[in-house]
Design a binder for this molecule. Structure first.
Ligand SMILES: [Zn+2]
Length: 82
């Protein structure tokens, strides 16, 4: 995950790489403001998700909660590399 500001779009590399969405991946509200969090997917399309910074915290907490539940309920299936 990385944080991005409107200034990051001023560079050539930023314009080529960063493709901000119109709405937050988590809450669905418009991405207003001038700083956001984004993740770059590992798929061939380079899917990016964009979030409000506070929503990135909520998503990270939810993913961690899911992981803890999985680790508790299925410890035999844990694989720390995938
Ligand atoms: Zn949001």
């Amino acid at each position: 995950m990385a944080l991005c500001t409107a200034n990051d779009f001023a560079t050539d590399t930023g314009e080529a790489f960063l493709r901000p969405g119109d709405r937050c991946f988590l809450c669905g509200e418009p991405l207003v403001g001038d700083v956001w969090a984004y993740w770059q997917g590992a798929d061939e399309a380079g899917t990016q998700i964009w979030l409000h910074p506070a929503c990135s915290k909520r998503l990270a907490d939810a993913l961690n909660k899911d992981w803890l539940q999985f680790a508790t309920e299925h410890p035999e299936k844990l694989c720390l590399t995938h």
